[in-house]
Structure formats: C-alpha cells, structure tokens
Design a protein around this ligand. Structure first.
Ligand code: SF4
Length: 345
C-alpha cells in the first residue's frame, strides 16, 4: 500500500481576542492508500481543525498554520494557492460534515444541489468559480448530471432516487440527509474522504447503517478515509488503525485491536474506561476528571498532566516526544523511556 497522506509536525494557531490559542501542537500521522484511519478524542481536541487544515478550509484569519507540512500524493498542500486547493477539493479530497442540515441549502431541491456539484467537478472553470456562477449548462450536460445524481443516490441506498431528487432537505430524515452529503462527497470520485463525526447527529440504528454504508463504499471505491469521532466504538467498527488526540496533539497511535487490548497512554485508558459497556453489570461509568485545557495558556510539558493520575514531575516541565513502543504502536508519554528526548527526567 502506498502512502497517500502524510501530516508532519502540524501546528495551527488561532488569533483570538483572548489571545493566541495553540490549537494544533505538532500533529503527525500518515494514511495509506485504501486505509481508514480513525482520529478519536474529546470535543475541542483539534480533530476537526486537522481535517480543515488538510482540505484547506481553515478560516484565515483567525487561523494560522505556523509550522509543519501536509503531503498528499507527494505534494505539499500547504504550498498550494487557494485556486489550486479549490480545484483539488471534491475531486481529490472530499469532506463529510457532522450536521447535514447545515450544509444543505433548504431552498434548493436535493437534485439541484447534487447536480450542481456533479457539473462543477466535471467542468474545469476559472479558479474560485466552482463552475456554478460562471457558466450555464446545456441540456445534455444537465440530463447526464441528473442521471449521475440518481446513480449516486442509489449507491448510498436512497429508495426511489429519481423521485427523491425533486424533494427538499426538510423532506429527508437525518440519516437520509447524511446519505445525500455522502453522495455529494463522492460525486467527484475523490481519493481521500475526510469524515468529520458523520454519525454523531444520528441515533444508534441509523448510525450503524451509515457506518455500514461507508465501509461498503470505501471497499468498492478503494478510497482512503480519515474518520473523525469522539466515539471509540464508532472508530472500532470502521478502522484498522486509530490516532488518539488530546489538546492538539496525537498522544497514541496503534492498531485498533491493540488500543482496546493494551492502551498505553493514560488518556487512552481513560477514554476506554468511559465506554458504556458494563451497563448490564450496573457498574458506574468512569469519566476523565477535569476539562480540556485553555489552549491560549496550555499547561507546560505534557498537556494532559493536570488530569493525569500518573503525572510525575517531568510531565509538568518537558513535552513528551513520540516513542515507538512496538512496531506501529507510538505513544507520547513520559512513562516510556525516550519520551523526554534523552534528558533522563
Ligand atoms: Fe501522564 Fe505524564 Fe504521561 Fe502526560 S506524560 S500522560 S502527565 S504520565
């Protein structure tokens, strides 16, 4: 499997009235062709900001990429112009967002929105135009795009796709709207799909259906996926590898089975203890005490130290480095030799 995406030492700051928030602090990971990598962590850990940085949708200002690289298919995305990124979005990298209602326009039918996306991806327009505002489509193009739209809706298991094209977003259920967004994301046949909490707004039954559908589409199309979720159970059903993120840093990466069997980082251990799997035995759920830190003034050293039950003196002073404990299992924690970069703390 070839390497598709490589994020290296990515640091993103947000300049706010309260000060500069160090939202991403040296994020590094890789994603291979055809692989699904899960990114898990509490809300506010920087998962969505990572995805936005990859697809070039960070609001600038206030966001600023202060360091790092994002290599996609060998090209550094951070060196691309906005016009180049616009050409790449949808056709090579797509994104599915959490709340489909926010991303569908309530005053246009599903068909109009989907065919616009299909036509925009097919026709090289001037930079920034997305094709929509600058050209009119002829009847043949529109009819062909409509056929493709029907086919896409069928692929995402929407019944009666021809009729559903004429309907509006409010006539679709939450799960159906998420399927439409998935169809839109796949319209340009991307190589990489960034799925940002795609099932969070859905109930568990629909969540399982969407995840099953996503897995089927990934296998059929051979695309790579970065699946972002705060829910380890969702990640475990869809991914072979997982990166655990805390306060802007990836603190542990390993195969999903290993994360469940032998989590090494205290934060990962806390996340696993918080999964409600002992409900039948009437055991109380354990949470992780405390809150995500204020990233304008993040804690020095390990950002998790104010909440960590195993914190030591070195944790408050020295930022831990990633240590490969065994092949493919990397952890950032001073409990493991080498994390202090040889200071001997
Ligand atoms: Fe806990 Fe220290 Fe490890 Fe951070 S480095 S997770 S504070 S033991």
């Amino acid at each position: 499997m070839g390497r598709l995406l490589e994020v290296e030492d990515l640091c993103v700051h947000f300049h706010t009235f309260a000060g500069t928030a160090k939202v991403l602090d040296g994020v590094s990971f890789r994603l291979d062709e055809g692989e699904t990598l899960g990114v898990v962590g509490e809300s506010g850990c920087g998962k969505s900001v990572t995805a936005q940085a990859i697809i070039g949708l960070l609001p600038r200002p206030p966001a600023e990429v202060v360091r790092g690289s994002i290599r996609f298919g060998g090209e550094d995305l951070l060196r691309k112009t906005e016009a180049e990124m616009r050409a790449l979005r949808g056709t090579r990298i797509s994104m599915v967002f959490q709340d489909p209602m926010t991303y569908l326009n309530p005053v246009f039918s599903i068909g109009e929105q989907l065919t616009d996306v299909i036509l925009a991806h097919r026709t090289p327009g001037p930079p920034g135009a997305l094709g929509l505002a600058t050209r009119r489509w002829n009847r043949t193009e529109t009819a062909e795009a409509r056929r493709t739209a029907v086919d896409l809706l069928r692929q995402v298991n929407i019944p009666d796709p021809g009729e559903r094209l004429c309907q509006y977003p409010h006539e679709f259920s939450g799960g159906m709207r998420q399927r439409v967004l998935l169809a839109m994301a796949l319209a340009g046949s991307p190589r990489l799909l960034l799925a940002d909490e795609p099932t969070t707004a859905l109930d568990v039954t629909i969540q399982a259906q969407i995840l099953r559908l996503l897995r089927g589409l990934i296998e059929a199309r051979g695309i790579s996926v970065l699946l972002i979720s705060h829910d380890l159970a969702v990640i475990s059903r869809s991914c072979r590898r997982v990166a655990v993120m805390y306060a802007g840093t990836i603190v542990e990466t390993a195969e999903i089975g290993r994360i469940f069997r032998a989590p090494l980082h205290p934060y990962t251990q806390g996340l696993l203890r918080a999964i409600p799997r002992n409900v039948r035995r009437q055991q109380a759920l354990e949470g992780i005490p405390g809150f995500i830190p204020d990233l304008v003034v993040p804690p020095p050293g390990c950002r998790f130290h104010p909440r960590c039950p195993k914190a030591m003196a070195v944790c408050r002073e020295v930022k831990p480095r990633p240590v490969e404990v065994e092949a493919g299992h990397v952890v950032r924690c001073h409990l493991f030799p080498g994390a202090d970069g040889g200071r001997g703390g």
